[in-house]
Design a protein around this ligand. Structure first.
Ligand code: ZN
Length: 88
């Protein structure tokens, strides 16, 4: 058996893996749908694992005034209001 046969017939070659794939898709279907509807990125690093990421975070960069710390020697950074991030 080679890798091509495995790819073409996953349910026959590895029925447990196929069952886990089905359970994975069913368990996360609603969460994935809602995340995508809101424009979030859905990452599937492994079975039964999801990472949901809001793409709005792509537009943030470290605040230059406080070097991303959110504070300066005078207290909370006024530029980023203490978050350490600003919109780029
Ligand atoms: Zn700042």
């Amino acid at each position: 058996m080679n890798a091509t046969n495995t790819d073409l017939r996953p349910a026959i070659v590895n029925p447990l893996r196929h069952l886990l794939e089905l359970l994975d898709r069913r368990a996360f279907a609603e969460l994935d749908r809602r995340a995508r509807a809101q424009g979030w990125q859905v990452i599937r690093p492994s079975l039964l694992t999801r990472v949901y990421r809001n793409r709005n975070f792509d537009s943030l960069s470290p605040c230059a005034a406080c070097a991303g710390e959110g504070v300066t020697v005078r207290g909370a950074c006024r530029t980023c209001v203490g978050s350490g991030r600003v919109r780029s």
